[in-house]
Design a binder for this molecule. Structure first.
Ligand code: SF4
Length: 238
């Protein structure tokens, strides 16, 4: 039976650095994937994986609605680290989705749009993996605040590893500067968190870095890191 309670291991990983957690995960899980949304955090993890020569499958969810600056960064990262970051795309193009679900679904039903363009493709991308690595930090959203370094992802049916949980934004940027990690040019144009074009705006002085995402809505997650089912499975049989 698959182990789904990682409470004890997660406790031990609280003592390790992000690099040590990455190495631990790559030794433990042969089929390990890293999903990057091309944030500064993702760049940090790709840099760390490259420094240790870790054989990690890299992919991104290409919604077809990313900024030109994001596509440019994708190419720069591949060149800098001599890696391929594979594109995981939705079943439908943006135009096909408009035909099936109506134009500008993101403006009417962003949760449904994210489900079609991010959540479903992620599940497909992770099929066959033992574990996946994310770049989330605890101080980003209330949902992420209780995340553990290793946990069971009940939604996708595999282990989820979160090496950067304890880092602050300042720590991430210190690493980016110290190691000259390529980053999205939009960060220098007042964007704090960068997703799809229709759902991302710059942030003003004093605003939270994710305030520019789905700005006019309560929504602050695309659905990739919802943990309710994870928590419920804590007591699942081993
Ligand atoms: Fe759709 Fe916006 Fe979600 Fe992108 S972020 S998948 S455009 S709702």
């Amino acid at each position: 039976m698959i182990a789904t309670d990682f409470t004890d291991v997660a406790e031990q990983l609280e003592e390790l650095s992000p690099e040590q957690i990455l190495v631990w995960a790559s030794e433990r899980y042969p089929r390990l994937s890293l999903a990057t949304g091309f944030g500064a955090e993702g760049g940090v993890l790709i840099d760390m994986a490259a420094r240790h020569g870790l054989p990690i499958d890299l992919f991104t969810l290409d919604t077809g609605l990313l900024f030109p600056e994001t596509y440019a960064l994708w190419q720069r990262l591949e060149e800098r680290y001599a890696v391929t970051i594979r594109a995981v795309r939705p079943a439908q193009t943006v135009d096909e989705q408009a035909t099936s679900h109506g134009d500008r679904l993101w403006a009417r039903e962003p949760d449904r749009c994210c489900a079609l363009r991010k959540v479903a493709p992620l599940a497909e991308a992770l099929r066959g993996s033992d574990a996946w690595i994310t770049a989330i930090r605890r101080d980003q959203t209330p949902t992420r605040a209780t995340a553990r370094h290793v946990e069971w992802d009940a939604t996708n049916g595999l282990v989820k590893v979160n090496p950067l949980l304890r880092w602050s934004a300042d720590a991430v940027w210190a690493y980016v500067k110290a190691h000259d990690v390529p980053y999205n040019a939009l960060y220098d144009a007042s964007y704090g968190s960068i997703g799809c074009v229709p759902c991302t705006t710059p942030v003003g002085p004093g605003e939270d870095s994710r305030a520019g995402r789905w700005r006019t809505r309560e929504k602050n997650e695309c659905g990739l890191h919802i943990r309710l089912q994870t928590v419920e499975l804590r007591s699942a049989p081993r």
